[in-house]
Design a protein around this ligand. Structure first.
Ligand code: LLP
Length: 406
């Protein structure tokens, strides 16, 4: 059986658009978004898609059309949201190191709020707002000191992480914010990490954050919203992932009686399993100790395996009669870390197409030009229709900003 994206054979997409190629299913994007709105329907949350997971303009436009807001971490991501027709008024600006220029851009655009991560950042936002004669809506990102039990590089809610304001300092930070005349305190948020496969840390973080909401209310600081950060983990291999309905029910129970608007910032779970990276086998190299399937995609296209030893399922697009063998699936980049999968048993030969699954999140958005490789093209499939949503980069584009001066 040959693999498809919706109604289109992947092989046809590879022929038409070339490889390596990112392919996304529009209905999978819609379904993933609806899974959140359905599970959380009792709470009517504002879902702010985390642009960093995949910032392609067509994907942002699609989420905007479904009513999504956005979570951004740079002025560049804000520019993407605006270019895609997203609503700045539904956009949250997160991140530990916002520059003055980024704050100014966001204030002028009218973002919903700044998720603030330190006292100096509060002071910087106050200063920019003062200069512009504006009031800045702010929420404080509190570090709840909860272990998300995920990969250490993407765990963010521990005391030892750079993120958020320490739980013990939170009340004082709010008092400080309340004294700054150009800030309007609107909310509180936390984000404990990504690819969470266990529900309990998410619920614990919510519980600890709500405790602060109550303490603030007792001091006369009333919040309008609570933002629980990123979404749940996804299945790459055979992980158990949290059930959204169970998460929603736990949150609803904790929030009962508090007139707070709920916000969520899912990224991976909205796009991850909607995307595949298509790649063609260049050579099969039989080694003494190991076999290698050398493909035309590499760590510059999908760096998750190299960076986190992340697992992505790899399938042969049009299985033939070749005998299966075990090999590492590697790219052409000059590094041993350039692998897309290790010790996989596949039946493929040179010229075959492979589908690297679950590549919709943190795939193209983390791509680079390492080894002066052009970044891959991207295609969005809707039923029997495929739209090129990002042209393959060219070498001219790569060299455009450089000069051979000497
Ligand atoms: N909100 C904030 C403040 C975040 O830092 C993140 C992700 C999200 C939301 C979205 O989280 P999600 O729903 O996607 O779990 N490159 C890594 C993932 C880094 C995540 C960083 N923050 C990877 O490929 O696994």
């Amino acid at each position: 059986m040959t693999l498809h994206c919706e109604n289109i054979p992947l092989a046809r997409l590879a022929d038409e658009f070339g490889t390596p190629l990112y392919v996304y299913s529009q209905s999978a994007l819609t379904e993933a978004f609806q899974a959140y709105t359905d599970a959380f329907s009792a709470l009517q949350p504002l879902i702010c898609y985390a642009v960093k997971a995949n910032g392609n303009l067509s994907i942002l436009k699609h989420f905007a059309s479904l009513g999504s807001g956005f979570d951004i971490v740079s002025g560049g991501e804000l520019a993407r949201v605006l270019a895609a027709g997203g609503d700045a008024g539904k956009t949250i600006f997160s991140g530990v190191g916002k520059s003055e220029a980024e704050i100014e851009f966001a204030l002028n655009a009218g973002v919903l709020c700044f998720n603030v991560e330190s006292l100096p950042e509060l002071d910087r936002i106050q200063a920019v707002a003062e200069r512009l004669g504006k009031t800045a809506p702010i929420s404080l990102r509190i570090n709840p000191d909860v272990d998300a039990k995920t990969h250490p590089y993407i765990s963010t809610g521990l005391k030892s992480n750079k993120f958020g304001i320490a739980y013990a300092d939170a009340l004082e930070a709010y008092r400080h914010a309340a004294r700054l005349g150009r800030l309007k305190i609107v909310g509180i948020d936390c984000h404990i990490g990504s690819q969470l496969t266990d529900l309990s840390p998410l619920v614990e973080a919510c519980e600890r954050t709500l405790l602060l909401v109550d303490k603030l209310a007792a001091e006369g600081i009333t919040l309008e919203h609570i933002d629980l950060g990123g979404g749940v983990g996804i299945v790459y291999d055979n992980e158990d992932v949290p059930d959204l309905k169970a998460y929603a029910q736990a949150v609803a129970k904790l929030m009962a009686g508090r007139p707070l608007k709920l916000m969520l910032e899912p990224g991976r779970s909205l796009v991850g399993n909607a995307g595949t990276l298509l790649t063609r086998v260049e050579f099969v190299k039989q080694g003494e100790e190991k076999n290698f399937v050398i493909v035309d995609a590499a760590m510059n296209d999908l760096m998750r395996p190299a960076l986190y030893e992340a697992y992505h399922r790899i399938e042969v697009v049009e299985p033939g009669n070749t005998a299966p063998f075990t090999a590492d699936i590697v790219g052409p980049i000059c590094e041993t870390g350039d692998f897309l999968g290790q010790n996989r048993t596949l039946a493929c030969t040179a010229g075959d197409l492979l589908a690297i699954r679950s590549a919709g999140a943190y795939g193209s958005s983390m791509a680079s030009n390492y080894n002066t490789r052009n970044r891959a093209a991207e295609v969005l499939v809707n039923g029997a229709e495929a739209k090129l949503i990002r042209r393959r980069e060219t070498i001219e584009q790569q060299l455009a900003n450089e000069q051979a001066c000497l």
